[in-house]
Design a protein around this ligand. Structure first.
Ligand code: TRP
Length: 460
């Protein structure tokens, strides 16, 4: 038997077998998607997989609203790994998304012992200030604190009803001695991810969460919770078309036409089916086969392409009838940039990454010591060439500092041929990294006064 890949948001071990990860966790590859304005991360395969990104892109294509959501744990200092997420958030914002950013102050309080006021200070000065400098639009960005938005905790509580310890164990590898903060934090985070869909926070619309692949457990949990809370299921029918089924639960049985004694209330069921039919015919589906008693409606002429439209109508109907009507969040997954020393990038080991507040001299020194894909002598390098895939200086230009694809391709080719030496590669990276950082630090100082404009009204 093939050993399973473990991915764990809290572990320092990471699998980089992306093909296996896609397969094992049922992610979708990026190949079948068309992006109008691919960002650097898409052009270079750094974002390598997604769930339901097509739903988000369809919303954009139809001029419907959509949002992007991320969160930050206020601890430590912001480094290049964080920059990668913000770059993607900005890309979605440029495509028209509204932006919601959670400050996970409850999580950092529980798991890192930061007081809420210390967490606030770190969040604003270390993280939000950098987000501002990276060019997010204050008009369409809302930063909030978990501790000040009780709905996220309430949703975590409500949704918690739809999972259990065995599932948490299966998703996260928990065991008997797991700290319960690690059970609560993902539930509150599910509230973070889902609450932007509530009417008060922008209403029903697709929300995408760009993450590193280690965070996928959170998305699996959240997507599962949303799906399990839904009143209507929509699936491919065995003999073609789509089929809607009812998901009768304690809190919706009456609305879905079941009496307290567990018997079918024909009248109420029929009136529900009339409502669903009206929605479907409004979408242009005339021939539907409904079986109110069985609780199913078939739409033979609908195809997979119609799924998102129909689902949105069903969620809206669920909301009118008193349900939460939650759409599963979409997500995208990026590869990890290797640490400077060739191992994992980790904020607790400053040698392995570049912090956004590092001085240019320190950055140059770090890159000079970075793991190289060159040969051990100049003579050998000229003869055998270097490996840009292993060369951290090259990788950092590709991930973070160089916009120009053709420059990168030429650089990689001349490294492979042996014409470009390892030291020269590092020099190219140092020039770009220090230029980016000093510009960034300048923008951070210049725009510090905007921090407040990014805060949601409940975060002021
Ligand atoms: N747990 C995330 C971290 O450790 C932070 C976070 C909280 C988050 N809520 C979120 C990330 C919602 C994405 C979406 O960094």
């Amino acid at each position: 038997m093939v050993e399973e890949v473990r991915i764990d948001p809290w572990s320092s071990a990471q699998s980089t077998d992306y093909g296996r990860i896609i397969e094992q966790f049922g992610l979708q590859g990026m190949d079948s998607l068309h992006l109008d304005n691919p960002g650097l991360h898409h052009r270079r395969g750094i974002v390598f997989a997604h769930r339901d990104l097509d739903v988000v892109l369809d919303a954009k294509a139809s001029g419907d609203p959509f949002g992007v959501m991320t969160g930050l744990m206020p601890s430590g200092r912001m480094h290049l790994g964080h920059k990668m997420v913000v770059d993607q958030v900005r890309w979605f914002q440029e495509q028209g998304a509204d932006v919601t950013i959670a400050v996970a102050d409850l999580e950092s309080n529980a798991t890192r012992g930061l007081s809420l006021s210390a967490a606030r200070e770190v969040a604003l000065e270390e993280y939000v200030a950098n987000y501002v400098a990276m060019g997010l639009d204050p008009e369409r960005t809302q930063v909030y604190f978990q501790s000040r938005r009780p709905i996220t905790q309430k949703m975590g509580f409500t949704l918690g009803k739809r999972t259990n310890l065995s599932e948490m164990e299966a998703i996260y590898g928990f065991s008997g001695d797991t700290n319960l903060a690690h059970v609560q934090a993902p539930l509150v985070q599910a509230g973070d991810i889902l609450h932007p869909q509530l009417e008060e926070y922008g209403g029903l619309r697709p929300i995408v969460v760009p993450v590193g692949v280690d965070q996928d457990p959170h998305l699996r949990l959240t997507r599962g919770l949303a799906a399990k809370s839904n009143w209507f299921n929509l699936k491919a029918a065995k003999n073609g078309g789509l089929v809607i089924g009812l998901s009768v639960q304690d809190d919706n049985a009456a609305a879905l036409g079941m009496d307290a004694n567990g018997r079918l209330n024909r009248e109420r069921r029929q009136s529900l089916f009339d409502k669903i039919s009206a929605e479907l015919s409004d979408l242009g589906f005339a021939d539907i086969l409904s079986n109110p008693k069985h609780g199913s409606i078939q739409i033979p002429s609908a195809t997979a392409k119609d799924k998102a439209r129909i689902r949105m109508r069903l969620l809206a109907l669920e909301r009118q009838m008193g349900g939460m009507g939650l759409l599963q969040p979409a997500s995208t997954y990026h590869r990890f940039a290797v640490g400077l020393t060739g191992g994992k990038m980790s904020s607790s080991e400053p040698k392995t990454t570049i912090f956004l507040s590092d001085e240019p001299d320190a950055v140059a020194a770090k890159i000079k010591r970075a793991f190289s894909g060159g040969q051990s002598t100049v003579e050998e390098h000229r003869r055998l060439g270097g490996d840009p895939e292993k060369d951290v200086a090259y990788q950092y230009m590709m991930f973070f500092f160089e916009e120009d694809d053709s420059f990168l391709a030429e650089t990689a080719a001349s490294y492979r041929s042996g014409a470009l030496l390892a030291g020269e590669m590092k020099q190219l990276c140092i020039e770009r990294a220090t230029a980016w950082l000093s510009n960034h630090q300048e923008l951070k100082d210049q725009n510090a006064h905007l921090i407040n404009d990014f805060l949601a009204s409940d975060a002021q």
